[in-house]
Design a protein around this ligand. Structure first.
Ligand SMILES: Nc1ncnc2c1ncn2[C@@H]1O[C@H](COP(=O)(O)OP(=O)(O)OP(=O)(O)O)[C@@H](O)[C@H]1O
Ligand code: SF4
Ligand SMILES: [Mg+2]
Length: 351
């Protein structure tokens, strides 16, 4: 297993990342606030999971990190340097070779007219000169190595198959081999197992865990399945209506969720303390309308603890012990408000 120093600089850091889309026609034009002020860090050999219901902005964050969408605001720092602007930023082609993406749908992400070998050769041909692969023989040998690394053996057999001759899990392994071809530091995995049969999800997750441990790859793992986040991710971030509302070490988040929305998510997972249950969806409740999210807490309409202040301004981030944080007035100043009341401290409810 690769030795990762304890506290190292993040490989990728996101600060105040924001994306607004303009939607509708001339009469119905409105702004969709898909992502507002997202900040987090990815470290080598660690996995950060991003969970949240449909439409909460997870894929928009991934696409901004993959540089497919231009952020409306905010910074993406790769190895400490702003990757969006500045003379010393990595050229886009280099950035994309170091930050790879795995898509949700292994069926549409591979071109049906090309064999497996072609899909993996292509990035080697595009980026081979940066990686030191010259000539047909070196590239073919590397394709073989990559197929072995994702357990698609016998190599010669898989190299010559077409995507339709593979199972969903095997296709996703080809997609992972293709991402690995350019020796990335970061992999953005947007629901990489959600379209696979439950029986083969664990195999693909284990493969990614091996890449994390042996190659020190940093993962951003997007999922609806909070149980798999617990299994695979060191840290879990919870997203609601474009905002990341809570962040914590994955196990702590499951054992003691702080934000009312995280509590609702976990309430939909039957008995999470009894171990991993892959395939349990956390997608519950109404999808918030991002075009009409107001000034206050986006969860106010559904929150059982809502207070007047919640509707007036976005709650600030409150840092809690043990590398946790939450964006909720219940924890303002680090103390749950119920405790503040018990201590005789005036609650902000009466604003
Ligand atoms: N290109 C676009 N133009 C306009 N609106 C968009 C665009 N892409 C995403 N959106 C909107 O941004 C919001 C967030 O979408 P996003 O795909 O990031 O959500 P998600 O959390 O990945 O959802 P899911 O779990 O269903 O994949 C949605 O309201 C979506 O309709
Ligand atoms: S800020 Fe208020 S509405 Fe939002 S989650 Fe906390 S208590 Fe609920
Ligand atoms: Mg998505």
């Amino acid at each position: 297993m690769l030795e990762i120093p304890n506290e190292i600089e993040p490989i990728l850091e996101v600060r105040d990342l924001t994306k607004h889309f303009t939607s509708g026609n001339i009469f119905t034009r409105h702004v969709v606030r898909a992502v507002e002020g997202a900040s987090f860090k990815l470290h080598r050999g660690k996995v950060v999971a991003l969970v949240g219901e449909s439409g909460s902005g997870k894929s928009t964050i991934v696409r901004m990190l993959a540089r497919l969408y231009q952020p409306t605001r905010g910074e993406i720092l790769f190895e400490g340097k702003n990757s969006l602007e500045g003379n010393d930023r990595l050229p886009l082609k280099m950035y994309r070779s170091r930050v790879q993406m795995i898509f949700q749908d292994p069926f549409s992400s591979l071109n049906p007219v090309h064999k497996v070998g072609y899909h993996i050769e292509r990035p080697l041909r595009l980026y081979g000169m940066f990686l030191g692969y010259h000539g047909k023989a070196a590239i073919e040998q590397q394709v073989g190595e990559l197929l072995k690394r994702v357990s698609l053996t016998p190599v010669e057999e898989f190299r010559n198959k077409y995507p339709h001759q593979l199972s969903g899990g095997q296709r996703q392994r080809v997609a992972i081999a293709r991402a690995l071809a350019v020796e990335p530091d970061v992999i953005l995995a947007d629901e990489p197992v959600s379209m696979l049969d439950v029986s083969i999800r664990m195999g693909v997750l284990n493969l990614m865990a091996e890449l994390r441990d042996k190659q020190g790859i940093a993962f951003l793992y997007v999922t609806h399945d909070i149980a798999s986040a617990r299994y695979f991710a060191d840290e879990t971030l919870v997203m609601y209506a474009g905002r990341i509302v809570e962040g914590a070490p994955s196990e702590d988040l499951i054992q003691s969720p702080k934000h009312p929305y995280t509590q609702l998510l976990l309430a939909s997972v039957p008995d999470p303390s009894r171990g991993l249950r892959t395939g349990v969806s956390v997608d519950k409740g109404e999808v918030p309308d991002l075009a009409s999210v107001g000034v206050g807490c986006p969860f106010a309409a559904r929150c059982p603890h809502v207070m007047d202040v919640c509707r007036k301004a976005m709650p600030p981030v409150t840092t809690l012990p043990d590398k946790r944080w939450v964006r909720c007035y219940l924890y303002e100043n680090g103390v749950p408000q119920t405790q503040m009341k018990a201590n005789g401290v005036a609650a902000r409810q009466a604003v």
